[in-house]
Design a protein around this ligand. Structure first.
Ligand SMILES: *Cc1c(COP(=O)(O)O)cnc(C)c1O
Length: 499
């Protein structure tokens, strides 16, 4: 499979090159040039997670040998890295709702699924393309990508990993996971403002030709661990299939029966992988896009107008506090039959005017595949509480947004097809909000999120995940807070190129 940019239909590259570059040179995102042949579900039925990954990756990873890909998968999805044998276990919540737990990796968010394998794909790409420079992975994070990328890339040779997170608006646990990161090739800084300002700072660094030259001369090349990188998307296709196959094995669905997937969404990366899974033959009915109060995507899917002209609000599901969802560009490219002119036009409008409207045909096909609703913090809290009361099962704030939106979908459409709810983070990562949801504000007010970890464990009988134990006592190694316009000079000094 070859890849090209969403903004021009020329310039084919291999998967290895697309993963190495991260972003296409014209500012677009890399997508497969052709459609891969759909898979036959029957052929996949008995496969383990690793075997399934191998099968699904196969048509997509040009520029790597089959042995390499197998090594990467065995390295990434080992039982040392994931604390559950199934990698992404499926829990039955009720007769027609299952929860797909995507948080059994080292940092307890779904990002680990892709970010455990991305370092292999990237170092393989460096080798196979003959890249001489050291690759600098530049990452803006709304909380979970940062730690997940640090964990994946720490001490990986020929790479540096630099993470920027918004100073306010991530959980204390998320922040401490990052500021205590060890490794000789890592740098982490807080950026004043919200995620969008950190993300646009990173995009500005990527598109500065002057800086690019400076880095090139010094032997560095930039790449990205954000979901703009194709290497982040492909691994996420696998668990959409694994959930379906598990439902089949359990006899909870019939062969060919269509299933709804509910996805707590921010940058549109996770749910886009669901769209690709559907294109690859997975019987998906609807992809339900669950947003928090930053409900740009809900408005878009309902009206066809993407309007980012609004204040970003901080919610208790911070990893979804995003107004510019990068991966939507890939979806629109697919839905328009690879019309790069349209994409260029819409993306330019978004950049210059803050909004764009898609044409009626695109809206129709968008609504055929997707439905969207949003849940504010109050509904999120209620969903955590009711799921615990009804099923003795803990969900985090992001997953709770999904649960509430699934209920909205069902009452709005009357469609009670079996649903898979993607659980994107461990409830312990957001212990503050989860404890408040379950036991009210009063009793534990003033306790730190770290104290609340053990309170949550005691009260529910679920153990604190291993890598969060003792987190509070670790040394803080990265304490810098910088202005967004200082990101470039921070980057240079982190690479030892100034001062
Ligand atoms: C990143 C993240 C999301 C949003 O995923 P996207 O791929 O950006 O849409 C949702 N929940 C959690 C916990 C996350 O870390």
């Amino acid at each position: 499979m070859q890849y090209y940019s969403t903004r021009s239909s020329t310039g084919y590259v291999s998967a290895a090159e697309a993963i190495l570059k991260g972003l296409a040179p014209d500012g677009g995102l890399f997508v497969p040039v052709d459609k891969a042949a759909p898979f036959n579900i029957d052929d996949l039925k008995e496969k383990s997670y690793r075997e399934l990954a191998l099968t699904l990756f196969k048509p997509f990873l040009s520029g790597y040998t089959a042995e390499e890909v197998e090594d990467y998968i065995n390295g990434a999805y080992s039982n040392d890295n994931f604390d559950h044998r199934a990698i992404t276990p499926l829990r039955q919540l009720s007769s027609d709702i299952s929860v797909l737990e995507l948080y059994h990796g080292p940092t307890y968010a779904f990002k680990d699924i892709a970010l455990q394998v991305l370092p292999y794909l990237l170092t393989g790409a460096i080798r196979n393309t003959g890249e001489k420079s050291e690759v600098v992975i530049l990452t803006a994070t709304s909380g979970d990508t940062g730690k997940s990328a640090l964990e994946g890339f720490s001490d990986v040779e020929k790479t540096r990993i630099i993470v920027y997170y918004p100073e306010k608006g991530i959980s204390a646990i998320q922040e401490r996971q990052m500021t205590t990161q060890e490794g000789s090739n890592v740098a982490v800084a807080a950026v004043k403002g919200n995620f969008d300002s950190a993300q646009s700072g990173v995009k500005a660094i990527f598109s500065s030709p002057v800086l690019g030259k400076t880095l090139e001369k010094a032997g560095f090349r930039l790449s990205s661990a954000n979901s703009i990188n194709w290497g982040r998307l492909l691994p996420q296709v696998v668990y959409y299939f694994s959930a379906y196959l598990e439902l089949l094995r359990l006899g909870r669905i019939r062969q060919g029966e269509k299933v709804n997937y509910v996805v707590p969404t921010g940058n549109f990366g996770n749910i886009l992988a669901g769209y690709y899974a559907k294109e690859l033959g997975l019987p998906v009915k609807r992809l339900i896009c669950a947003a928090n109060s930053n409900n740009v995507l809900t408005d878009f899917i309902r009206t066809g107008v993407y309007d980012s002209r609004r204040e970003l609000c901080q919610t208790i599901s911070p990893s979804m506090d995003i107004l510019v969802s990068s991966n939507l560009e890939r979806l629109l490219f697919e839905l328009t039959g690879h019309d790069s002119e349209k994409i260029e036009d819409w993306m330019t409008r978004l950049k210059t005017s803050g909004f764009y409207r898609v044409d009626p045909d695109t809206l129709t096909i968008l609504q055929k595949h997707f439905w969207s609703g949003f849940a504010d913090d109050q509904k999120t809290i209620r969903a955590i509480k009711s799921v615990y009361q009804d099923y003795s099962y803990l969900i985090d704030t992001h997953t709770a947004v999904g649960k509430d939106v699934l209920e909205q979908y069902r009452s709005d459409t009357g469609d009670f097809a079996p649903a898979v709810l993607l659980a994107t983070a461990s409830p312990f990562k957001f212990s503050g909000s989860v404890v408040e949801a379950l036991f009210g504000q009063g009793e534990y007010s003033g306790r730190s999120e770290f104290e609340l970890l053990s309170i949550l464990a005691e009260k529910t009988g679920c153990p604190v995940p291993a890598n969060l134990v003792g987190l509070e006592d670790k040394n803080i190694l990265h304490g810098r807070v910088i202005d967004p316009d200082k990101m470039e000079s921070h980057l240079l000094s982190a690479l030892g190129l100034t001062g």
